[in-house]
Design a protein around this ligand. Structure first.
Ligand SMILES: Nc1nc2c(ncn2[C@@H]2O[C@H](COP(=O)(O)OP(=O)(O)O)[C@@H](O)[C@H]2O)c(=O)[nH]1
Ligand SMILES: [Mg+2]
Ligand SMILES: [Zn+2]
Ligand SMILES: [Zn+2]
Length: 545
């Protein structure tokens, strides 16, 4: 009987446990788990929002930003880089903060779990696990959603404004360049001889050098220098008023609003290049003064021109030592639309001695020069030299490099340095100036009197005085045993003309020069390079001077 009662009591207890206590416990546990999960979700959400706001506050600013990816000393537009940099910075910061918050939430989860053992321990462990999982998931998910929403809006706005600004600046950028190309405006570096469409410019307030002063990410019409100064970013709104520099080597340029005309002197050492230059500028400057143009010698180059004048007045002209060609620029303003920079480069004859290393001598101006003035000393080789040697006369005033060698070395130099192609004739006009034509043996053959009489004797054969001069000079070189030089030049250049020149007018004796035949070569080459300038500075027709 007793065992039946015990049995019934056990059944009753199981019944009560299954039907009442277990559901109660389950309901209680579920409610507790839900409460924990809700609290965890709320905590995660709060952290996510807080982190998001903190990240935006610390990373995004529409008024202040830094741009260090290039060293342009100008304020970069927000929409070209800084905006995106802030965007990614904010997202990264938000995720970093969220990770830190998740750590804190995990610690809270660990506190919930506590150190109890037994049933209570198991219950608390379950609660801790629920808290940690839900809170971490929430802080990461909510953070990710918030960041994605922010990135979408900010990124879309930034991209749209950037695309619109890029469309505008591309048009202005192109207009700026097309204008320069159309007016043939370039800047030539006097030092490294590189030619630029747009050089670097100096901020007049703080001297910082701007290498990207064109419509672009730093501004369309103007760039704001890091010192606060506003600089014009196109030719059309006055960029060329700023001081210009070579972006390659930093040398100052004379002008960034001029169309350059460049001639290069060539010839062996002591052929007469520098003396010719001195006579040329003396005469040309005087003649330009009579035209409707205003000519400026840039301040930086005045000492060089003063030196030329001193030599012209009779001072001894020293040998040109520097290997890098020296620029002699004139700035010519007038009714031309665009000012001109007329330059002649002088160079040491040793450049073409065949021994100099090309690397140190690459003279880029050969790529763009408008004409070559090849000074040929008729006493440096051939029959005139041997006659003087036989007569025991001094040859100290004459070049020791035979003209054919000077010509050959020059042509080889052009080919080796990529300025000309072997087998193809070079298109740069070449004037062969037969120097020292005041010497009796030469003047007799190619002086103005002789050429005039040859022309008058057969005007129909030559057509013009200039043709007669060319033919007589060429024949003179052939007769003087210098045919090799003539051949070398004529097979290497498409256009070759010959001129007699006496830069000194007499042997060097300390007296002022009395030159003749100086400007003719440039008068011939200038119209090939720049017809408008040539027309403006053209000499009056022959016979009226
Ligand atoms: N007779 C005469 N000698 C000249 C003339 N031009 C130059 N020379 C002589 O040639 C030398 C070298 O001239 P320079 O111009 O220095 O030669 P570069 O090395 O080609 O620059 C001068 O010192 C003069 O003695 C000229 O027109 N007539
Ligand atoms: Mg010289
Ligand atoms: Zn340079
Ligand atoms: Zn500045």
């Amino acid at each position: 009987m007793g065992s039946i009662i015990v049995f019934l009591l056990v059944v009753l207890a199981i019944y009560v446990l299954v039907v009442f206590i277990l559901p109660l416990l389950a309901a209680f546990g579920g409610a507790a788990a839900l409460a924990i999960a809700a609290a965890a979700a709320a905590a995660g959400l709060v952290f996510a929002v807080k982190n998001y706001l903190a990240a935006i506050r610390s990373c995004v600013s529409f008024t202040h930003w830094e741009w260090t990816r290039d060293d342009e000393p100008a304020r970069r537009s927000y929409f070209f880089g800084p905006g995106f940099a802030q965007l990614t910075g904010a997202v990264r910061t938000a995720f970093r903060l969220n990770a830190a918050s998740a750590g804190k939430l995990r610690a809270a989860g660990r506190r919930i779990r506590g150190t109890n053992g037994g049933v209570l321990g198991a219950v608390r462990a379950a609660g801790g696990a629920i808290f940690t999982t839900v809170a971490s998931a929430c802080v990461y998910c909510a953070g990710a959603i918030l960041c994605a929403a922010f990135a979408a809006v900010h990124g879309a706005v930034t991209s749209l404004v950037m695309a619109a600004a890029a469309a505008v600046f591309s048009v202005v950028w192109l207009a700026d360049r097309l204008y320069l190309l159309w007016r043939k405006i370039r800047s030539d570096c006097p030092h490294c001889k590189t030619r630029f469409l747009i050089p670097a410019f100096r901020c007049p307030a703080c001297s910082a050098v701007h290498r990207k002063l064109t419509p672009g990410p730093y501004g369309i019409w103007t760039h704001r220098c890091s010192c606060g100064e506003k600089l014009p970013a196109t030719f059309l709104n006055g960029r060329s008023r700023l001081e210009a520099f070579c972006p390659q080597c930093g040398a100052p340029m004379e002008a960034s609003d001029a169309r350059p005309v460049v001639f290069q002197l060539v010839g062996g050492s002591k052929a007469g290049k520098t003396v010719y230059l001195s006579a040329f500028f003396h005469e040309y400057l005087r003649r330009l003064a009579g035209r409707s143009v205003s000519v400026t010698i840039p301040e930086r180059y005045r000492p060089y021109f003063d030196e030329l004048e001193a030599w012209y007045a009779g001072a001894d002209c020293p040998a040109t030592a520097q290997r890098n060609a020296q620029m002699y620029p004139l700035l010519i303003d007038g009714p031309l639309g665009v000012r001109r920079q007329f330059s002649i480069y002088d160079v040491a004859g040793e450049l073409f001695d065949g021994h100099s290393a090309d690397a140190e001598l690459v003279q880029r101006q050969f790529h763009y020069c408008d004409g070559l003035l090849f000074l040929l000393d008729p006493f440096s080789g051939g029959l005139l030299r041997s006659a003087r040697l036989r007569a025991g006369e001094s040859l100290s005033d004459f070049s020791e490099m035979p003209p054919e060698e000077a010509a050959e070395h020059f042509v080889n130099y052009l080919i080796r340095t990529g300025h000309a192609r072997s087998g193809a004739r070079c298109r740069i006009p070449l004037a062969v100036l037969i120097a020292k034509a005041d010497e009796r043996e030469v003047k007799r053959r190619i002086g103005p009197a002789r050429i005039g009489s040859v022309f008058r004797s057969a005007p129909e054969q030559y057509g013009t005085y200039e043709n007669a001069r060319d033919a007589v000079c060429r024949q003179f070189l052939l007769d003087a045993g210098l045919a090799a030089a003539v051949n070398c030049l004529e097979t290497s250049f498409v256009t070759v003309r010959y001129f007699p020149v006496s830069a000194m007018g007499h042997a060097p004796d300390g007296t002022p020069y009395e030159p003749w035949g100086i400007s003719e070569a440039v008068e011939w080459m200038l119209p090939l390079a720049d017809r408008e300038l040539a027309a403006l500075v053209a000499l009056p027709a022959r016979g009226t001077i």
